[in-house]
Design a protein around this ligand. Structure first.
Ligand code: NAP
Length: 220
C-alpha cells in the first residue's frame, strides 16, 4: 500500500520501519521542528502541507491509500486536519495515539487543563524543570520570580524570553536515577510537563515520585 504517516514521534519512526519491512511504500511526514531528525526507513517529507486543503492535495496527488496519524498526543491541529482531509480525499485514516501516563501511589501530581494554569500554579521562588517544546516557553516569561531549567533537543535560535533560566540540551534520560541526579543537582522543586504518555520521558516522573517533588501535569 501507499502509506503516509504523520509522524514526529519515536512510535511513528518505528512503525515506518515495520511497514517498510512488510513491503509497503511508506512516506513519513515531519513538521520540521527538530533540526536533525533521526533517519527513518522509507521516504521522508518535511514541513507543513498548508492546512487541510494542502493535505487533501498531497493525498490525492501522491495517490495515498492509507493515512496514519501517529503524531504526538498534544499535536491537535494536524490530527484535526488529518480527519478532515482523509474524509474529503476518501482515504482511510488510522489514528494511533499513546495512552496517557496513569498516576501511581506516591505521585504528587497537580493536574491542570492547560499551560496557563500550569504557569499560575508555580509558587514564588520555585525552581522548575520545564519539560516542554520550545514553542510553549513564551508563556512562562511573566514568572520572573521563578528559576527554569529548560530541557530542549536543539539550541534555540534566539534567546529564551525567561528572565531566570538555564538551558539543558538533549533528550530526557530513560533512567530514573539519572533524572533524580539532575533534579537533585539543580535543587528542582517542581516539574512542569504535559501528559504525553511517552515511555522515553517517563523517568522524570519516577524520579519526582521518589523525591516527593510535585509535578504540574497538563492533562490531555
Ligand atoms: P500541531 O500544532 O498539531 O500542528 C501545527 C501545524 O504544523 C499543522 O497545522 C501542520 O501545518 C504542521 N504539522 C504538524 N505535524 C506535522 C507533520 N507530522 N507533518 C507535516 N506537518 C505537520 O503540531 P505541533 O504540536 O506543533 O507538533 C508538530 C510535530 O511535532 C508533530 O508532528 C508532532 O508529532 C511532533 N511533536 C510534537 C510535540 C508536542 O509537544 N506538540 C512533541 C513531540 C513531537 P499545515 O497546516 O501547514 O499542514
Amino acid at each position: 500500500m501507499k502509506i503516509l504517516i504523520l509522524g514526529g514521534t519515536k512510535e511513528a519512526a518505528k512503525l515506518a520501519g515495520e511497514l517498510v519491512e512488510d513491503g509497503h511504500d511508506v512516506t513519513s511526514s515531519l513538521a520540521g521542528r527538530t533540526k536533525e531528525p533521526n533517519p527513518i526507513k522509507g521516504d521522508t517529507r518535511i514541513g507543513g502541507f498548508g492546512g487541510v486543503t494542502g493535505l487533501i492535495s498531497y493525498l490525492q496527488e501522491n495517490r495515498i491509500e492509507l493515512l496514519i496519524d501517529c503524531t504526538h498526543p498534544f499535536a491537535k491541529q494536524i490530527s484535526a486536519n488529518a480527519i478532515e482531509a482523509a474524509k474529503a480525499a476518501n482515504v482511510n485514516l488510522e489514528t494511533r495515539t499513546r495512552e496517557p501516563w496513569q498516576k501511581h501511589e506516591g505521585d504528587h501530581w497537580i493536574e491542570v487543563q492547560n499551560l496557563e494554569e500550569a504557569r499560575d500554579e508555580l509558587p514564588k521562588n520555585a525552581r522548575v524543570l520545564l519539560a516542554l517544546g520550545s514553542q510553549y516557553i513564551d508563556l512562562f516569561k511573566t514568572r520572573d520570580d521563578v528559576f527554569f531549567l529548560v530541557r530542549m533537543v536543539d539550541q534555540p535560535d534566539k534567546e529564551l524570553p525567561l528572565p531566570n533560566h538555564q538551558i539543558l540540551l538533549g533528550m530526557p534520560s530513560r533512567d530514573w536515577q539519572e533524572e533524580q541526579d539532575l533534579l537533585k543537582s539543580n535543587t528542582i522543586t517542581h516539574i512542569v510537563c504535559r501528559n504525553s504518555g511517552s515511555s522515553g520521558a517517563y523517568a522524570k516522573i519516577e524520579a519526582a515520585r521518589n523525591m516527593n517533588i510535585p509535578v504540574i501535569m497538563v492533562s490531555r
